[in-house]
Design a protein around this ligand. Sequence first.
Ligand SMILES: [Zn+2]
Length: 638
Amino acid sequence: MAKYLVLLESPSKVEKIKHYLEKNFQEDSFEVLASGGHINRIADSGPWGLGIDLQTMTPTFKIETTKKKNVSEIVKAGKSADKIILASDPDREGEAIAWHLANLFAKDNKEIKRITFNEITESAVVKAFGEMREIDIDLVNAQLSRQMLDKIIGYMVSNSLQKSTGLLSAGRVQTPALKILVDRDKIIKAFVETIYKKIFVMDSKQNVKLFLYKDDNNLVVNDPKNYYISEEQSKVIINNLGEDYKCTKYKAKEFEVRSFKPYSTASLLQDGFSKLRMSAAQITVAAQKLYEAGLVTYIRTDSNRYSSDFVLEAKNFINKNFKGDLFKEAVPVRTQANAQEAHESIRPTDLNQRPENISSQIEDKNMIRLYNLIWWNTVKSLMKGPSGFYHNWTFWNNGYEFKQSWKEVLDLGYNKLDKFETDEDVELDENDDEISNDDEIKPPFEFKENYVFSINKNAIVTEEAKTSPPRMFNQASLVRELKDLGIGRPSTYTPTLSKLKEREYAIPHRGKPFEVTEKGYQAEEFLYNKYEDFFNVNYTAKMEENLDEIAEGKFDYKDWIKTIYEDLNASVKAQIQEAKTSDIKCPRCHEGNLVFIKSKFGRGRGCSNFTTTKCGYREYEQRDGSWLEYVAKPKETK
Ligand SMILES: [Zn+2]
């Protein structure tokens, strides 16, 4: 019989895991405690408040005040345990938490082991208990490196930003994300729309809808690379056309729509946002609670695959519960080789827990809606999609080329499911390729080339259209952009979005695109004028790659971080020196200059002449952007 101390992150999992262990290992005794996430953070001591020894690049950690009681309980429980099992979450952050917890017992000479599980279910917990291992120091180093980099870049550049502009914050990932938004906002603001004509040949009864694709010079029309058809030009074109359309090309291509793919953190955030109109923060909180309740697998992951055991289970479930032979393996998605995150997608731990059943056990509406989304996405990702043929015709008329395609649906796949059976709560994204159950009728064309289709010239119609700028990002599309650019990781998406909002750089209106603020513009302008090298997208993406390599034990992080520190130190010092001079004369003493000062009331400026004349002039920025002198209230005399 052994006495175990098992340490978790979240207190809400304690009872459940204790129960599973006691039930399955009756010989042993278990004490289960939770750290409540991180127990410590890097101290704010030393140069720049970094808390890092700049020779050895070693951080000094300080126990969080709020965790002191927790930590002493853990240490006390450890004294009487034979073995200590570290069961924090299965990612780099969890590995680092395990390492910090192990350090609490450094002097005690205890047997300490690490276990991980991807879901809080009896079978997963028991299996993990049989697969104890040592702490993976490479994963720990990757996490420490990320913390140090974030702190070095965040603290030092924010300091400079504050002194030069009075704005508050810059961040390793936050700043490139801000630039993406500012760049797009500039494109949208500078956009000049073009009004143009589209030309069709229409007969809706027969489902004829040919559109003009190329003109008689073989140029694709209404294409930004060529030209847009004006009203005048449309008249000339229509005049040139005859009544005969010769089919010059016909092609049929098989298709199957598989819109549902296994969820990674990024794609869950996207769908939660666009289909449920939930914010990234709401999705993250609800997903974490679902994981802790044992209902879904670990929620920080960049995997897009399911375990083979789960696929087999899902196959049986689908065959038993749905008619029509719908099961099909999920679409394989290319994923980056990455040691960071859990090795499986986000999915229900048990498909038999149907969304309509959990709604009686759970009160939190966001959890219910998100579970519904995850459950249906998982089921549909393992079902055949609507399939059939795309038919494409090209016609020639007096030198002009027209095209039409027709989607012939032969099997509805998961769209066979009755509507009442599925997720009616879900709002469809406008980008979703919806395939309706009503077949479009076949156009009157032959399935071959070199025949002539004739139609009266009255069928030629024009439609007015206008060009539109690219769309502004919303939370979902920004996450996708960060992922595509390689500068986001599952653990950074939500904190990055929160920072942009907190600092009032970009406001994410509910369910709508971001609004980039004046402050956002000012911060971006300064940061990319002065620190472009540290925030350009390629550099940030390369940093993430290096962190991945550290996690695999293939990269020496200390020299790398030291170089970044030294480069940045030189730039920031020079910049801060420059910020001390300003050309705005103090309106009170007319000798000093106004420089940005630290303040709790938004942006503030003060007279630089404080030490010589004790001028003491201060002013603060008002809501409308103007500056107002600060007048101290006279002390009241009693
Ligand atoms: Zn002054």
